[in-house]
Design a protein around this ligand. Structure first.
Ligand SMILES: Nc1ncnc2c1ncn2[C@@H]1O[C@H](COP(=O)(O)OP(=O)(O)OP(=O)(O)O)[C@@H](O)[C@H]1O
Length: 587
């Protein structure tokens, strides 16, 4: 069994439902809410009396004769009023939450995911709304829009929408640059799909918690307004009942108790549920999520280029120049005038020191340069089609089945919230249109092809439950899943330990040979180059300084920089002394 397999399994965490059901606070508060909501929704089943029919002779009458809680000051049935009034109180809270969600969540998603002018404008608007005193706005809107509890709840929804906006925007902006979001784009998934799959799942838990909190707050605020006599007046609500009871508090103090109890129990249950949900939902096995890729220092360009012949290959890059706009408004070239060709079935190594521009070149081919970066000059032909300046839609069409990508850090390219099976089946379903069952079958087959011994178990595992080596195999399986013509592998073994590196390289070599894929292998490791590549391009400070057949280039480098790289390998790897068994008693 390989090293990557033995390290694979961590104990499985109980599912969300299980954690919820074993949390007494969660279960109890949900039960209280369900009972209250059930009584309110099915009010006609819980009472045959009307909430508005009044009989003055019954005013302040005690319980009895089917009137569970007696009568109020106008001779109306208190139990019926409580149940029907709850409809307005809870309905109002639902309305406020719905408005806040509809306004706050999409705006937060768009601002966090895309940034730019919308983010600036929305953040400015949110700061403005948050600076307004809610009570004063509610009072003013009642004066302008009339005494309707529903209108007040809509206004309240708008006032609390910023809390959802900020929550969602912060979570989404924090994960925007995560490699697994880039990886999803590399698979050719649409932004809307990425948001639905990877982004919404991140904000789901805090949003659910916030919903419970905001509902509790809306109920409290609404009751406060009604109690002060600023609500609808005519509608029975728990707040209005409190208000009426308060005027007769000396005569019938119990009349305050019932709406007070209903309000207190509902608000308390919502707050307790929110806090229990926080424990349940936020205790997810998020696994190791690495931060964004480190960006390295700049370089200026020099050097010669080799004539690479006609542009008939699978990938043909000419005069590729990548520039970044810096914070001070100036522009910096990080890749300058690069020419590259990868032919079908060929493995081209792109080598050079850290920061030489290898990754920027690879991302340009994928059409996935980070924000601020752009191809300022040149052409990238993928299967004869120009990729520079192509629409995102066009590039999405190419990613996955024309060009696929194997990243450097396997773990951070898998979304911790999803299983391996989810990762593998999603592109199969969206790109190849397979059914769920077909995609699952295909994914299992792919896992077998990348030599994962127990594919069914690995399919059901989350990223934190598998080793780095296995995660890289999963990503390789994903990359070849739609049968790409060109595979771009960016330092695919750097994050792995030595034995696993060798296995993953062997796997890549085998898959490449079986499928006849062209491979652009980005690496700084000349050992890997010698092992896998047919040809090598050496990159330094953003330019290609030498291209040639691997054997020629490694044995007879023409450029001084290539020679330096080779010397560095030799310097770094002193000849090992022959292994001798430790002498007995040496310790
Ligand atoms: N977002 C960015 N803004 C500005 N410059 C950047 C950005 N990303 C990368 N660069 C610059 O581009 C240059 C090339 O970086 P690149 O990541 O392509 O190097 P690399 O050869 O792939 O290195 P490594 O092997 O360490 O990944 C670096 O000098 C880096 O500073």
């Amino acid at each position: 069994m390989s090293a990557s397999v033995t390290a694979a399994t961590a104990p499985r965490r109980p599912g969300t439902a299980r954690r919820f059901l074993t949390n007494p606070q969660a279960v109890l508060s949900l039960l209280v809410l369900l009972v209250i909501t059930g009584l309110v929704v099915f009010a006609p089943l819980a009472t045959q009396h009307s909430s508005t029919a009044s009989e003055l002779s019954d005013a302040f009458g005690p319980p009895g004769g089917g009137h569970l809680l007696g009568f109020d000051s106008a001779g109306r049935d208190v139990w019926a009023r409580l149940l029907y009034g709850g409809r307005n109180t809870l309905g109002g809270a639902v309305l406020a939450v719905a408005v806040a969600l509809v306004v706050g969540v999409p705006a937060g998603l768009a601002a966090g995911y895309h940034g730019g002018w919308f983010d600036s404008l929305a953040s400015w608007w949110v700061n403005l709304v948050m600076a307004l005193p809610a009570m004063v706005v509610l009072l003013a809107s009642r004066a302008v829009l009339g005494p309707s509890v529903w209108v007040l709840m809509v206004v309240l929804g708008v006032l609390v929408a910023p809390s959802f906006f900020r929550l969602v925007r912060g979570a989404v902006a924090g994960m925007r640059g995560e490699p697994y979001v880039d990886a999803a784009r590399v698979f050719g998934l649409r932004d809307s799909r990425i948001i639905a799959r990877h982004v919404l799942v991140v904000v789901r838990a805090p949003v659910i918690i916030q919903v419970a909190l905001v509902a509790g707050m809306a109920i409290g605020l609404q009751a406060g307004l009604e109690f002060l006599g600023i609500g609808s007046g005519s509608l029975p609500t728990w707040g209005a009942m409190l208000n009426e009871a308060f005027t007769n508090v000396h005569r019938a103090p119990l009349l305050m108790l019932w709406p007070g109890l209903a309000l207190g129990a509902t608000s308390a249950a919502l707050v307790l549920l929110a806090s229990a949900l926080r424990d349940v939902l936020e205790d997810r096995g998020t696994g190791p999520v690495a931060g964004r890729r480190a960006r390295r220092s700049a370089a200026e360009s020099t050097a010669a280029r080799e004539d690479v012949g006609e542009r008939a290959g699978l990938l043909s890059v000419r005069d590729l120049t990548v520039a970044y706009t810096l914070a001070d408004g100036t522009s910096r070239e990080v890749v300058s005038g690069v020419d590259l060709d990868v032919h079908r079935g060929e493995v081209l190594g792109l080598v050079g020191q850290s920061g030489s521009g290898k990754t920027q070149t690879a991302f340009s081919v994928l059409g996935l340069l980070p924000p601020g970066g752009r191809v300022s000059r040149g052409s990238v032909l993928l299967n004869g089609t120009e990729a520079v300046g192509a629409s995102e839609r066009h590039m999405r069409g190419l990613r996955g089945d024309t060009v696929a990508y194997v990243p450097q850090e396997p773990m951070s390219n898998l979304d911790p919230a999803f299983t391996v099976g989810d990762h593998l089946t999603e592109p199969l379903r969206t790109k190849l249109g397979l059914s769920r069952a077909q995609a699952r079958e295909r994914a299992l087959e792919l896992l077998r092809q990348v030599e994962i011994p127990d594919p069914a178990r690995v399919m059901a595992s989350h990223p934190h439950q598998i080793s780095g080596g296995m995660a890289q195999r999963v990503l390789i399986a994903g990359a070849v899943s739609c049968d790409p013509d060109l595979l771009i592998a960016d330092e695919p073994t750097t994050a792995l330990d030595v034995t696993v590196q060798a296995e993953v390289l062997a796997l890549l070599r085998r898959l490449q040979a079986q499928r006849g894929m062209g491979v652009l292998l980005v690496t700084h490791n000349l050992g890997v180059v010698a092992d896998l590549c047919d040809r090598v391009a050496v990159m330094r400070e953003g330019v290609i300084v030498e291209v040639g057949a691997t054997a020629d280039l490694l044995t007879d480098p023409r450029d001084p920089y290539t020679r330096e790289l080779l010397d560095a390998v030799l310097d770094d790897a002193p000849a090992r002394a022959p292994w001798r068994p430790r002498e007995v008693g040496a310790l």
